[in-house]
Design a protein around this ligand. Structure first.
Ligand code: PBG
Length: 323
């Protein structure tokens, strides 16, 4: 076995999986206002930026060859409400951001999150009843309006992350009915109720709204994997173009099973907590941060992922272009 490992040239010849810039999607946090750049304390190297400050970052992504950005809004408290109506304001932060990005960088893919949590005072992804339970079908109507507001602004891909039942079909119908036949759907199909989302909730401020609440009656139980396959099957049947597993590293077995079973475009989200862990250990000098980040990303490819949402996208793309 070691003969093939002896030299770099043979290692390169026999390498089965590779990470390329084409695999990377950069998640970004966007704020209202101008000339505003705020660090996210629990995600070193990640910032919340106003649209004008986001454009130079997008330009960097384009120059490095990153195919797409995923935008996540930080919504002012005054715009939040129990029903999260700001989610479908056509002049809201996300539609404005999409328009600015598509105007300046038409070739850069833009992905938006469809879920109500940045906009609700309770921090849940959907509408709630008197008991606080997230109600499914009324939420579908709100999500459809949100997706349409994004489509009207020119988004390429809408990514429902809410985990309501039937949302992919509802979104596809709503988009098609208005003629948005090219708007793609990236379904967060196997999204787990994970503690690894903590830093993200700090970044967008949904953590404070959620308080002691959790999302376990709609996000998946971390103990399950057959259930993930059922979620994926439904989402594909309802019209998902791409499916996603989230989080990443603790769920590589799910990525593998999904890719094996369906052979569909399978995305994975290396979430905020995964990023924070690697950054924290690297800052302590306990691991080689760059090497570990690239190895983690390669692991997703080996597990079968086609594309990876990662806060390391810019750093990884820069490293890959140096090779
Ligand atoms: C919102 C959403 C979340 C993430 C992406 N979209 C958080 C949540 O469900 O509470 C998490 C991403 C990350 O942790 O990096 N629905």
């Amino acid at each position: 076995m070691r003969r093939a490992r002896r030299d770099d040239f043979t290692r390169r010849l026999v390498r089965e999986s590779r990470l390329s810039v084409d695999d990377l999607i950069l998640p970004v946090f966007v704020l209202d206002g101008t000339k505003s750049v705020q660090p996210v304390a629990s995600m070193p190297g990640v910032f919340r930026r106003s649209i004008d400050e986001l454009l130079p970052l997008a330009e960097q992504a384009v120059k490095l060859g990153i195919p797409a950005l995923a935008i996540f809004p930080v919504v002012e408290a005054s715009l939040k409400s129990p029903n999260g109506d700001e989610a479908f304001n056509p002049q809201g932060l996300v539609p404005r951001c999409v328009r600015a990005l598509k105007k300046r960088f038409p070739e850069l893919g833009v992905i938006t999150d469809v879920a109500l949590d940045p906009y609700t005072t309770h921090g849940q992804d959907g509408l709630i009843d008197e008991s606080g339970y997230v109600v499914n079908d009324p939420t579908l109507a709100a999500l459809s309006k949100q997706a349409l507001a994004h489509a009207e602004a020119g988004v390429d891909i809408v990514a429902p992350s809410d985990m309501m039942d039937g949302r992919i079909g509802a979104l596809r119908n709503a988009l098609d009915a208005k003629g948005f036949i090219h708007t793609r759907i990236l379904a967060y199909s196997a999204k787990y109720a994970s503690a690894f989302y903590g830093p993200f909730r700090d970044a967008v401020g949904s953590g404070a709204s959620l308080g002691k609440g959790d999302k376990r009656n709609y996000q998946m139980d971390p103990g399950n994997s057959d259930e993930a396959l059922r979620e994926i099957a439904l989402d594909l049947e309802e019209g998902a173009d791409f499916v996603m597993v989230k989080p990443g590293m603790p769920y590589l077995d799910i990525v593998w099973r999904v890719k094996e079973r369906f052979g569909a475009p399978t995305f994975v989200y290396q979430v905020s907590g995964e990023y924070a862990m690697l950054k924290a250990a690297a800052a302590q000098g306990w691991i080689d941060g760059d090497a570990c980040a690239l190895e983690a990303l390669l692991g997703f490819k080996r597990a079968g992922a086609d594309a990876i949402l990662t806060y390391f996208a810019l750093e990884a793309a820069a490293k890959l272009s140096q090779r």
